[in-house]
Structure formats: C-alpha cells, structure tokens
Design a protein around this ligand. Structure first.
Ligand code: NAD
Length: 494
C-alpha cells in the first residue's frame, strides 16, 4: 500500500530526547530504539531509551517542583489558566500533532485530528475547571464540646503516568490534565512504540509556561523505564493504562512504598442486540464498536450477543460493513481503518483468528492479514463462537468480532453470559424496551454501560472497570479527586 508523500514534522528532524526539569536531555545510557511507521514498516525516528538513572532524575525534578518553586505556590486559578493555554496550543498545532499520531500509529489522519487531538484539548479544558473546585468540606462532628472539623484535599504528590500505544496523545493528556489540575507534578512514560506526540506535547508544555519539573517525560521500555518509575520510592502514585498482565505486575512493584495505584486495563466487552432494537443503528454501532482504531480500543465491543430472530440480518450487516471498510494507511484520504501497531501485534491477532477457526468458529468476513509492508489486517467477523473459546475469553485488541446468539434466555441468564469474563470495562444494550434496558443495566458487571448508543465518551462521566479491567476511575470529579489525598482536620475550640 502506498503512503502519500508528506513533509516531515520538525520533531522528526532532530534527535528525540527526554524532558527532565524543563530541559531536553539525552538518556544516561545513550541507548536508542527505532520508532516505526506501522503503515509502511519504515523508521520514523529513534527514541532515547531512558532507564532507572533517567527516571531518578525526573522523579527528583518532579519532587523539587512539587515542594519548592513556582508550582508549589501557584494559585488554583493560575493552574486553570495554564491548562487552558495548553489546550489552545494543542488546537493551534492540531494538524502537526495529528500528522505525528498518524505516522506513528497508522490511524486515519482525520480521526487523529478530530478525535485524538480534539479529545486531548477538550480533556484539558474540562480538567482545567476542576483546579478551582477541589474543596474539602466542614463536618458536623459529635465530639464533646466545641469543635471545628473539616476536610482538606491536597495533591497526592509526584505521580508516575504510564500509557499504552493505541491512543497515545489522548491517553497521556487524560492523565496529565487531572494530575496537574489537582496540583501534582508528573513523570510520564509513553509507550515505547508511540513516543512522538507525547514529546511534541512536552514541547508545548514548556512553551506555554509550565514551570520546570512539573511535567517530565521519559521515553523507554516498560521493563526498564516503566518498571523503574513504578518501583521508585519518590513516586507517590502510579496511574497506569495498559494490559491486565502488566497491571498485575505493577501492583507488586508498587508495594515497596505502598504508593497509590490506579489501573485502566483490558476488556472483552459485550454488545447485546435485542429483536426490538433499531437494527440499522445497532448494526452500524456494532461494526464501529469493534473496527474503530483497528479494534485497538480497551472498550471495544468484541463479543456480540444477538437474538436468534435477527441474527442473520445483524451478522450480514456487520460483515458487509467489515468488507466495505477502506483499510489503508492513515494518510490516504479515504482511509477508515489503519494497520495494527506492529508486526508482533499482527501476528498475535492472526494467531487468535487461527485459534478461533481451530476451535470451530466460522469466519464470515475478513480473517486474513493483508500482504504488504504495513501491518494491515482485514476486519473480521466470526460466528459460531462459544464461551470457552480463547477468542471469546481473551482480549484480542484487534479488529475481530466474536458473535454468539441468544434465544429465550431470561435477562438473568443473558446478563450472566455477558458477565462470564474476567473483565468488566464496558457493555452496550440495543433495545427499545425500557424494562429490558434498565434490568440489563443493573445486572451487567461493567464500569460503563451504554443503551442505544455507539459511543458516549464524555469527560464528566467516570470511566473505568469492574473486575480485572482495573482499579479506580478516570474523568469526572472522581478522576481529579483520584490525584488528591484527603486530610481530616479537627480543631478543639473549647
Ligand atoms: P502494555 O501493558 O504492554 O503497555 C502499556 C504501558 O506499560 C507501556 O508504556 C509499556 O511500556 C508499559 N509497561 C510494560 N511493562 C511494564 C512494566 N513491567 N512496568 C511498568 N510499565 C510497563 O499494554 P499495550 O499493549 O501498550 O496496550 C494495550 C492494552 O492497554 C490493552 O490491554 C488495552 O485494553 C489496554 N488499554 C486500556 C484502557 C483503559 O482505559 N482501560 C485504554 C487503552 C488501552
């Protein structure tokens, strides 16, 4: 597949470095790793592979910025203004950021511009407002005598932020924005496959005037820079988004100083289509829910439960959409679906498709990798899948939908089938019947439930998982408060 020629952004015309204490520096070891364009397999740049020594410098800088210097004294309204300035800077440099994101992930350029960059700017604006609204409250205590008792919200401290490669900029900002609104300082470790937009974000953070050390960015491997950040005794909290396996490993490493841990992990989210649903909308949403971002979405609707009476129409509709989607490099104007992130990820997804076939599932759309230099996969629909199959139990993180039918199951039984997973991130229900909708909402063990809606991401709504999909919530009041400690103060006035 040909990628149109485009001028390279300035970031790619210089050595990539780390942002520590407001300075761009090389990594201590001098080690570097290629950053690959997954649409072509070509090398875009070489990132610095930070390690324990660089993480230590970054954590110390974050600590100094937290405890002394302008950030420590900054009034909440000034933090709001800085976050709003950063949001404007993202908009001003939106085309360049989108191009970097498309080059590094392969996703369609218009998606990168509207969703990834647009989402990041709005996330900053939403959280900017919270800086002035993080209040404690007075408490009516029943202690003997006269007391003044109240709570205080204080920044949790130095926070380590670790993010994955599927939505690199938006994911980094979704952690940086609430952390800074709460007054914390941060060390960000981007995914090693996708460091570009985080580094450009770092340049904008410096340019809009955040004091040195408030945001530090250390690129590098998870097993080195990531592990060092999680284990560092100077880090008060780690907020991690990534796979459930790494999330579990992080818990062990974070135990040393009992740092707070927030985890946004994997999913295997069910979609239920009842016979009374608006089927055209449900079909479109089911297809988008699994194929958007090439299926590399934690909340992807990867298990479709459809009523037998409408199964043929729904499966055919989703399969038709799968066949029609334009799979192409993100710089191609009409691209709808880009590649998966790496050759390894393509092998992983194709191994799942093979295992589904071997266990008796039938592929009714896609099912093949697409030849060429980039890491492209056909959007795939599998029917005759069963609860015990690997493709149904494990997160594939690719464009692969597994369909099961239901018949006269009670809502209890149907919800139990949906809940028959280690995960509990998201789910969606398609029905016009209020009773069915509400009863399913209550029974589903998932952090996010949508009814008759394809996507409903809003920064006011907490996002996170039940069960092995994670700990804690991002977005909303809860998302910012997660970056605070609560102090109870009791003053004896007697
Ligand atoms: P991953 O767990 O392999 O890596 C995520 C990040 O953790 C990367 O920055 C990586 O370098 C780092 N890392 C790896 N090993 C580490 C270690 N031992 N210590 C510290 N850091 C380490 O995940 P991925 O493959 O990059 O991303 C895909 C996963 O992310 C999927 O499981 C997906 O569901 C999940 N995800 C979840 C959400 C959510 O909000 N719940 C959102 C997006 C992605």
């Amino acid at each position: 597949m040909n990628t149109p020629h485009t001028a390279m952004p300035p970031l790619l015309q210089q050595p990539l470095r780390l942002l520590i204490d407001g300075q761009w520096v090389g990594c201590a070891s001098g080690a570097r790793m290629d950053v690959i364009n997954p649409s072509t397999g070509e090398v875009l740049a070489q990132e610095a592979l930070g390690g324990a020594a660089d993480i230590h410098q970054a954590v110390q800088a974050a600590r100094r910025a937290l405890e002394a210097g302008p950030w420590a004294r900054m009034r909440p309204a000034e933090r709001t203004r800085l976050l709003l300035k950063l949001a404007d800077a993202l908009d001003q440099h939106g085309d360049e950021l989108a191009l970097l994101e498309t080059l590094n992930t392969g996703k369609p350029l218009k998606v990168a511009r509207l969703f990834d960059v647009g989402h990041a700017a709005e996330c900053l604006r939403y959280n900017a407002g919270w800086a002035t609204k993080l209040n404690g409250e007075t408490r009516a205590v029943s202690l003997h005598g006269d007391w003044h008792a109240y709570t205080l919200r204080e920044p949790v401290g130095v926070v380590g932020l670790i993010v994955p490669w599927n939505v690199p900029l938006a994911m980094a900002v979704s952690k940086i924005a609430p952390a800074l609104a709460a007054g914390c300082t941060v060390v960000l470790k981007p995914a090693e496959l996708t460091p570009l937009t985080a580094l450009r974000l770092g340049e904008l953070i410096v340019a809009v005037g955040f004091p040195p050390g408030v945001v530090n960015i250390v690129t590098g491997l998870g097993t080195e820079a990531g592990q060092a950040l999680v284990a560092h005794p100077g880090v008060d909290k780690v907020s991690f988004t990534g796979s459930t396996a790494v999330g579990k490993a992080i818990l062990g490493s974070a135990a040393g100083n009992l740092k707070r841990v927030a985890l946004e992990l994997g999913g295997k989210s069910p979609v239920f289509i009842f016979p009374d649903a608006d089927l055209d909308r449900a079909i479109d949403a089911a297809a988008r829910g699994i194929f958007s971002n090439t299926g590399q979405v934690c909340a992807a609707g990867s298990r479709l439960f459809v009523h037998r009476s409408v199964a043929e129409r729904v499966v055919e509709g989703v399969a038709r959409r799968a066949r029609q989607l334009r799979v192409a490099p993100g710089l191609v104007a009409d691209a709808e679906i880009g590649p998966v992130i790496s050759a390894r990820q393509r092998e992983r997804v194709m191994a799942y498709v093979a295992s589904g076939r071997a266990e008796g599932a039938e592929v009714v759309a896609g099912g093949e990798a697409i030849d060429g230099a980039g890491y492209f996969i056909q959007p795939t629909v599998m029917v005759n899948t069963a609860p015990a199959m690997k493709v149904v139990r494990e997160e594939i993180f690719g464009p692969v939908l597994c369909v099961q039918q239901f018949d006269d199951d009670s809502l209890e039984q149907l919800a139990a089938r949906g809940n028959d997973t280690d995960f509990g991130l998201s789910s969606s229900i398609w029905t016009r019947d209020l009773r069915t909708a509400h009863q399913m909402v209550r029974r589903l063990k998932a952090g996010n439930v949508r009814v008759n809606a394809a996507a409903a991401l809003d920064f006011a709504m907490p996002f996170g998982g039940y069960k092995q999909s994670g700990w804690g919530r991002e977005n909303g009041r809860e998302g910012v408060e997660a970056y605070t400690e609560l102090k109870s103060v009791a003053i004896d006035l007697n």
